[in-house]
Design a protein around this ligand. Structure first.
Ligand SMILES: C[S@@+](CC[C@H](N)C(=O)[O-])C[C@H]1O[C@@H](n2cnc3c(N)ncnc32)[C@H](O)[C@@H]1O
Length: 277
């Protein structure tokens, strides 16, 4: 791993905004630092050893930043973006219309995402539907970006489908939901897979990035399963991860995840997590 760029100092931190190019105008739920990180990782960390997979691309924001980074590096590998590609009227008002999408009826997001991603059309494949129902070809994945782990059981299914294609010593898992209090199972999953993955970097607000150190085999997938864990097991894993993240300055955020589990007993679905820490 020593010849790979060190991510612990967030090398994307001071990227000039203009380098985001066409990705500056896309609607996204990512923070400015997360946008810089996605661009930087696709341009400077990835080498084309496998494809890029974006789980939960919404209107294409995260995908656009990954594609722009890859384009800046001159690589032509595929970026596979997965989502239900449905959207509510309030989210259309908030994200799509300000970005220039003409107002429309219905909940479809696929056409709008295609329009938004048109500058990178040659790089991107969109896969509509529930991600837990998707299959993967087995092709190597160099960067797996996860922003759809909104329930522990769907997260477990996504891990079983995509993790085995990650390259030991040569892949990243970018966990967008890691520090969000409504999805504490993401940090639990990474903690329970600590024999296989290790923390590499943090992009403010919520993203933690992990190296894949060993093949993510059946034992690894089993170890990471979260849907049936007790709150006590969740809490123990979060405290373990808190210690592992020493130096990243996220202690308060990890404490909030522990508190979120305590305040929302037994809950494993993000939208049902009602009590904030
Ligand atoms: C926070 S948004 C993603 C934001 C996006 N990465 C961006 O850059 O703006 C989460 C997305 O995950 C999708 N999602 C959540 N669970 C899903 C599932 N089980 N199957 C398919 N899509 C899912 C939602 O439709 C939503 O668009």
């Amino acid at each position: 791993m020593s010849d790979l760029p060190d991510l612990s100092d967030a090398p994307w931190r001071d990227i000039p905004w203009r380098l985001l190019g066409d990705a500056r105008g896309v609607p996204t739920m990512l923070s400015p630092q997360e946008r810089r990180a996605y661009l930087w990782l696709a341009e400077h960390w990835a080498r084309g050893a496998g494809c890029v997979v974006d789980l939960g691309c919404f209107a294409g924001g995260s995908t656009a930043h990954l594609a722009e980074g890859q384009r800046r590096d001159g690589r032509s590998g595929r970026i596979h973006a997965y989502d239900r590609f449905t959207i509510s009227d309030p989210l259309k008002e908030k994200f799509l219309y300000p970005a220039g999408i003409a107002p429309y009826e219905g909940d479809d997001l696929l056409d709008a995402a295609r329009q938004i991603l048109a500058p990178w059309a040659g790089l991107v494949d969109l896969h509509p539907g529930a991600i837990e129902d998707q299959t993967w070809t087995g092709e190597a994945i160099e960067m797996l970006v996860m922003d759809a782990s909104k329930a522990a059981h769907t997260m477990d299914a996504m891990a079983a489908t995509f993790f085995p294609a990650l390259i030991p010593g040569g892949s990243l898992i970018v966990q967008q939901d890691f520090l969000h209090w409504k999805t504490p199972w993401v940090a639990v999953q990474m903690a329970r897979m600590a024999d296989w993955v290790s923390p590499a970097g943090h992009a403010e607000r919520d993203t933690m990035i992990f190296h894949v150190d060993r093949p993510l085999d059946a034992a690894a997938i089993d170890a990471g399963r979260c849907a049936d864990l007790t709150d006590a097991e969740m809490r123990a894993a979060l405290l373990d991860m808190r210690a592992r993240l020493d130096g990243f300055g996220v202690e308060d955020r990890m404490d909030a995840l522990v508190r979120a589990v305590e305040l929302n007993a037994g809950e494993r679905i993000a939208w049902k997590m009602k009590t904030a820490p």
